[in-house]
Write a protein that binds this ligand. Structure first.
Ligand code: SF4
Length: 374
C-alpha cells in the first residue's frame, strides 16, 4: 500500500454532523493527548502529555492541505482534529493562518480544551473560525475519572481556561458536552456542567455520547430519553449530536448517503441507503467525527470515487486507513464516505484486516472497523 508506512496528515473529507463536509488535518502522532479519556474512540492514551511541540512540520501540514484542495475540492470546514489533541502542536496558530490564507474554507479546531489556560494556546486558537472544546465533568472527581489527565492539569484550571478564551475570542465556540451514563449524566453533574457552560457562554452546546467503541469497557451511553432530558436542562442553545445506529438508521431522507446517491449517480453508493448510519462519531477525538447525515454542501460534490482516486484500490485503501485511524467506522459509513458500493468497500476492508492493519469491534448492535494502533 502506497501510504501504509507514513500516516497521512490530511484525511477525508468526511461528513460530520457538526461541520458538514470536513477535511481533517492531524497534527500529532497517534494518541498524543493531554487526556486519557475513558470514552476515547481511539483507545487508551499510554502516557498523557502536556509538552507542546512541532510534532508535524508546519510547512508540511500546510502543503498537505494545499495538495488536498488541488482540483477544486471545497470542504465546508478544514478541521484540525484527528488522532490526538491538536493544541499540543506548538505551531497550530501558523497552520491555522496557512489554512485561512488559502481562502477556501473556514478553519475549525476540535479540542479537549485542556490547554486553554495557556495564553499562547488561546492566542493560537483565536485565529480559527470555530473552536469546539469538550466539557465532560462538573467537578474535579468526575474530571479525573473521565479524562485521566496529564499531571499538572486540574479541573478548575481547565474550566478557567475556557472562560478566559471566551472573553478573548470573538469567533464561534461550540461546546461539546460528552455524557456517560452513571458518571456525568446524573442530575447533580448535569446541573454543575450547566452552570459551567453558562459561564463559558458558548454559541452552541452539543450533547454527545459514546456511540462508537470506547477505550474502556463499561462506558455506557445514556438513552435517547435521558439525553433529551439533559438537553432541556441545558436550555435552548443545546442540541443532541449523538445519533444511535442500528435498525432503521440511515433511512432518513436527505442524509449524506441519500444526497450522494442523488448527486453522484454512482450505482455503488446508491446501494447503501438501506444500512448507512446516521451516527455522529462518539467520542472526543474525535470530537466531531464522521456523522453521515451531515448538513452542509452536498456530499456528492466531494465524492464519486473519492477525491478523484479513480479505481485504484491501493489509494482507496490508504484513504480508508487514514479515516478509520481517526474514527472507528461501520462499513456502510466508509462506503458512503468514499462513494463505493458496500461490496467494494468490504473487499478492501477485508484486505486491510487480513494484513493486520484494522480490526472489527461491535457496539450497539453494529460492527465498526478501527485501525490497529501503530
Ligand atoms: S477523547 Fe480526545 S481528549 Fe480524550 S483521550 Fe481521546 S483524543 Fe484525547
Amino acid at each position: 500500500m502506497s501510504g501504509g508506512t507514513k500516516r497521512k496528515i490530511v484525511f477525508g473529507p468526511v461528513p460530520s454532523r457538526r461541520l458538514g463536509m470536513s477535511l481533517g488535518v492531524d497534527l500529532v502522532p497517534f494518541k498524543t493527548c493531554s487526556y486519557g479519556c475513558i470514552y476515547c474512540q481511539l483507545g487508551r492514551t499510554t502516557s498523557p502529555v502536556l509538552d507542546r511541540r512541532e510534532y508535524v512540520p508546519t510547512t508540511e501540514a500546510v502543503e498537505a492541505v494545499r495538495d488536498a484542495l488541488v482540483g477544486g475540492l471545497e470542504p465546508d470546514y478544514i478541521t484540525l482534529s484527528g488522532s490526538g489533541e491538536p493544541t499540543l502542536h506548538s505551531r497550530i496558530g501558523d497552520v491555522i493562518r496557512g489554512i485561512k490564507d488559502m481562502g477556501v474554507a473556514p478553519a475549525a479546531v476540535l479540542t479537549n480544551g485542556a490547554l486553554l489556560w495557556m495564553p499562547e494556546v488561546r492566542r493560537d486558537l483565536a485565529q480559527a473560525d470555530v473552536v469546539l472544546p469538550t466539557l465532560a465533568a462538573g467537578d474535579e472527581e468526575v474530571f479525573r475519572k473521565m479524562h485521566r489527565p496529564a499531571p499538572g492539569l486540574d479541573f478548575h484550571r481547565v474550566v478557567e481556561g475556557m472562560e478566559a478564551f471566551r472573553r478573548e475570542y470573538s469567533g464561534q465556540i461550540w461546546l461539546e458536552v460528552f455524557l456517560v451514563a452513571g458518571l456525568n449524566a446524573t442530575e447533580d453533574q448535569v446541573e454543575k456542567m450547566r452552570l459551567i457552560a453558562r459561564r463559558i457562554s458558548p454559541d452552541k452546546i452539543q450533547l454527545n455520547t459514546a456511540v462508537r467503541p470506547p477505550a474502556e469497557d463499561g462506558v455506557v451511553a445514556p438513552t435517547m430519553e435521558e439525553l433529551d432530558r439533559i438537553r432541556r436542562a441545558f436550555g435552548p442553545a443545546a442540541e443532541i449530536i449523538a445519533e444511535f445506529g442500528g435498525k432503521g438508521a440511515g433511512k432518513k431522507e436527505g442524509t449524506a448517503v441519500a444526497r450522494r446517491k442523488e448527486v453522484s449517480g454512482l450505482g455503488g453508493a446508491a446501494k447503501l441507503s438501506e444500512g448507512a448510519a446516521t451516527a455522529e462519531s462518539g467520542s472526543g477525538a474525535p470530537r466531531g467525527g464522521i456523522g453521515i447525515g451531515a448538513g452542509g454542501k452536498e456530499a456528492g460534490r466531494t465524492g464519486g470515487i473519492h477525491r478523484g482516486y479513480g479505481a485504484d484500490p491501493a489509494r482507496i485503501a490508504d484513504e480508508m486507513l487514514a479515516i478509520v485511524s481517526r474514527h472507528p467506522c461501520a462499513p456502510e459509513d466508509i462506503a458512503a464516505v468514499l462513494g463505493l458500493s458496500l461490496k467494494d468497500a468490504g473487499r478492501i476492508l477485508d484486505d486491510l484486516r487480513r494484513k493486520g492493519l484494522i480490526r472489527e469491534e461491535r457496539r450497539g448492535g453494529r460492527f465498526y472497523f478501527r485501525a490497529v494502533p501503530p
